[in-house]
Design a protein around this ligand. Structure first.
Ligand code: 3SK
Length: 531
C-alpha cells in the first residue's frame, strides 16, 4: 500500500472512503444505529464541540467510556480536530486515573456516567487541568461533586455547526494515546500518529483478515485496548463494514446474544467476524448456552492477548466451522504484526510475520540469532520493525529508548521459529503476566498483598490452568498467629487494584524460596507449579 501523504487526517480519510455509503449501517450499539452519513456528521460536530470547549490542536482529551457509538464519534472527532484522545482502560482505579490526569494534562474528560464517581475520586486526589466533563446520555440533573460543569454530549453536539474541513494534521502528528503497563513503574503513555491507524488497516485488516464492507464485526476486546481499537474502529471503518458495540463485560451470555443477533438493536443481524482473547473462547466453549453453529454467521474469528492453546482453537473450529486467526501485536505497534492466515492456521503457533513488518529473534547479546541448519531459530527476544510503531512514551525518555530502538521495537516477548517459518510463543522476558489478555504486574499485586495486616510476605507467579491459560497465583506467608481465607485475600486485592488483577489461585506457605541476599526466587515457585 502507498504511504499516506505528509498532510493526512485519518478521520477525514475514513469519511472520504465512506462517502458513497451514507445510508449503510456503520455502528450499532446497545441504544441504536448510526449510518455512515450520520457518523460523518457527528464526527464533524464533535470536532467543533471540542474546539468550543477551548481545546486546541495537540491538547489532550480523556476518553473514559464504555464501548458505544459515542466512543467512536469522540475518538474520530478528536482526530479530525487534531485534538488528542487519551483512551483509558475503564477497569482501573481512581489512583490510576489520578496519575493519568496529571501525566496527560488533559483539558476535558469524556466519560460514561457509571465511571464518573471513580473519575471524580481521581480528580479530588491531586492537580489536574480538566475543565469540562462531558457525559453521553446523562441522567436528568446529573452534576459532579468535583464542581466541574457536566455537559450532555448529545446536547453539546446538537449546538454545533459541523466542522466541514479537518484540521490539516500531519501523517506523523501525535493523534492519540494508549496507556501501556509494565512490570514496574507507572503506565506509559504510548503516543500514536494519524498514519499508524492507516497502516494497521492496510497491512493487517485487509490482506490478512480480508475484511470487506459485507462484514459485520464484533470485538469482545474493548475499544480502549489497541487490539479492540483496530478490531472495532479503524479496521471495519476503513472498509465500510458494520460494527457491533457492547458496553457490558464480555461474559459468554452477553457475547452469545450478539453472535446470534438476539439484542433489540441488532434485530437479527449477526456478526461475520468476531475478535476475542483465549480466555473468552475457553469460557464460551465451556458454557452450557453455547449456541449451535446454525445460530451464528461467523466466517472468521481472531484471537490475541495471549497465546491461543491449540485445543481451544480446534474445538472452536469444530463447533462453528470458522477458524480462529491467532496473532500477536502490541500497544507499541498498535496491532498485530505476527499472525496465522485464513486457510493456513497452525494452532499452537502465532503463524508468520504479517507482510509489511519484519521480525527478528535476538540473543542476550542483542544480536540476531542465526538460523539452525534446518532453518529453525532457537528461542530469542522478539523485535519487530514496521510503519505502525508508536512515536514514544510521553515524558519517559529512558523507557522510550529501551523500547523504540531506531527502526526496531522491542516486544518483550520470547519466541522460537520452526523449520517452516512458523513462530511459537515462549513467554515474556520481563516478569509481566497476561491474564485474559491484559497485562498484570506480579510486583504490583505483591505490593498490595503485603499491605494486609496479616500478610508477612507474598510472591505472585503465572500458573497455567487445565485449558493451557495463564492465571495469577499468590504464595503467601502469614504473620505468626494470623489466619486469613482465600476469599478475604481476593477481596482485599479487588478493593485496592483494578479487580481483574486479583490472584485466581492462592497458597499459604511457611516461607518463600530466596537467594542469599534475600531476593524472592520466583523461578523456583514456577518450577514447583510445573511439576
Ligand atoms: O495482545 C496482543 O497481542 C495485541 C494485539 C493487537 C494489539 C495490541 C495487542 C497488545
Amino acid at each position: 500500500p502507498p504511504a499516506p501523504p505528509a498532510e493526512y487526517n485519518f478521520a477525514h480519510d475514513l469519511m472520504q472512503r465512506n462517502a458513497g455509503r451514507a445510508a449503510r449501517a456503520a455502528l450499532i450499539d446497545d441504544h441504536g444505529q448510526l449510518t455512515y452519513g450520520e457518523l460523518a456528521e457527528q464526527v464533524q460536530r464533535m470536532a467543533a464541540a471540542l474546539q468550543s470547549l477551548g481545546l486546541r490542536r495537540e491538547e489532550r482529551v480523556l476518553l473514559l467510556m464504555h464501548d458505544c457509538n459515542e466512543w467512536i464519534v469522540s475518538f474520530l472527532g478528536g482526530l479530525y480536530a487534531g485534538i488528542v484522545p487519551v483512551c483509558l482502560n475503564t477497569l482501573l482505579t481512581a489512583e490510576d486515573y489520578a496519575y493519568m490526569l496529571r501525566h496527560s494534562r488533559a483539558q476535558a474528560a469524556l466519560v460514561s456516567e457509571p465511571l464518573l464517581p471513580t473519575l471524580e475520586s481521581a480528580l479530588a486526589q491531586g492537580p489536574h487541568e480538566i475543565q469540562h466533563l462531558v457525559v453521553p446520555r446523562p441522567s436528568e440533573g446529573l452534576s459532579s461533586r468535583s464542581g466541574l460543569p457536566v455537559l450532555a454530549l448529545d446536547a453539546l453536539l446538537a449546538r454545533q455547526a459541523p466542522l466541514t474541513q479537518p484540521v490539516p494534521t500531519l501523517a506523523d502528528e501525535a493523534a492519540f494515546w494508549l496507556y501501556s503497563s509494565g512490570s514496574t513503574g507507572r503506565p506509559k503513555g504510548t503516543v500514536h500518529t494519524q498514519a499508524n491507524l492507516y497502516w494497521t488497516a492496510e497491512l493487517y485488516a485487509k490482506p490478512v483478515l480480508g475484511l470487506t464492507e459485507a462484514d459485520t464485526v464484533f470485538s469482545a476486546a474493548k475499544l480502549f485496548f489497541a487490539y479492540g481499537l483496530g478490531n472495532a474502529l479503524s479496521f471495519p471503518l476503513s472498509v465500510g463494514a458494520t460494527v457491533v458495540l457492547m458496553a457490558e463485560r464480555p461474559t459468554p451470555p452477553a457475547v452469545f446474544a450478539r453472535l446470534t443477533g438476539r439484542t433489540p438493536t441488532l434485530a437479527g443481524r449477526k456478526p461475520t467476524v468476531f475478535y476475542g482473547a483465549p480466555t473468552g473462547y475457553g469460557g464460551m466453549l465451556a458454557h452450557p448456552d453455547l449456541p449451535p453453529r446454525s445460530e451464528v454467521a461467523l466466517r472468521l474469528c481472531s484471537s490475541a492477548g495471549e497465546a491461543l492453546p491449540r485445543d481451544i482453537g480446534e474445538r472452536w473450529t469444530a463447533r462453528f466451522g470458522a477458524e480462529i486467526i491467532d496473532g500477536i501485536g502490541s500497544t507499541e505497534m498498535l496491532h498485530i504484526f505476527l499472525s496465522n492466515r485464513p486457510g493456513d492456521v497452525r494452532y499452537g503457533t502465532t503463524g508468520k510475520p504479517v507482510p509489511g513488518y519484519e521480525v527478528e529473534l535476538r540473543g542476550e547479546d542483542g544480536l540476531s540469532l542465526p538460523p539452525n541448519a534446518d532453518g529453525s531459530i532457537d528461542i530469542g527476544d522478539l523485535y519487530v520493525k514496521g510503519p505502525s510503531a508508536a512515536l514514544m512514551y510521553w515524558h519517559n525518555r529512558e523507557k522510550s529508548r529501551d523500547t523504540f530502538r531506531g527502526e526496531w521495537t522491542k516486544s518483550g516477548d520470547k519466541y522460537s521459529r520452526d523449520a517452516e517459518g512458523y513462530y511459537t510463543y515462549a513467554g515474556r522476558n520481563d516478569d509481566m503476566l497476561k491474564v485474559s489478555g491484559i497485562y498484570v504486574s506480579p510486583f504490583e499485586v505483591e505490593a498490595t498483598l503485603v499491605q494486609h495486616p496479616a500478610v508477612l510476605e507474598a510472591a505472585v507467579i503465572g500458573k497455567t490452568d487445565s485449558d493451557g491459560l495463564v492465571k495469577t497465583k499468590a504464595f503467601i506467608v502469614l504473620k505468626p498467629g494470623h489466619v486469613l481465607s482465600e476469599d478475604e485475600v481476593k477481596a482485599f486485592v479487588k478493593e485496592r487494584l483494578a479487580p481483574y488483577k486479583y490472584p485466581r489461585f492462592i497458597e499459604f506457605v511457611e516461607e518463600l524460596p530466596k537467594t542469599a541476599t534475600g531476593k524472592i526466587q520466583r523461578f523456583k515457585l514456577r518450577d514447583l507449579e510445573a511439576h
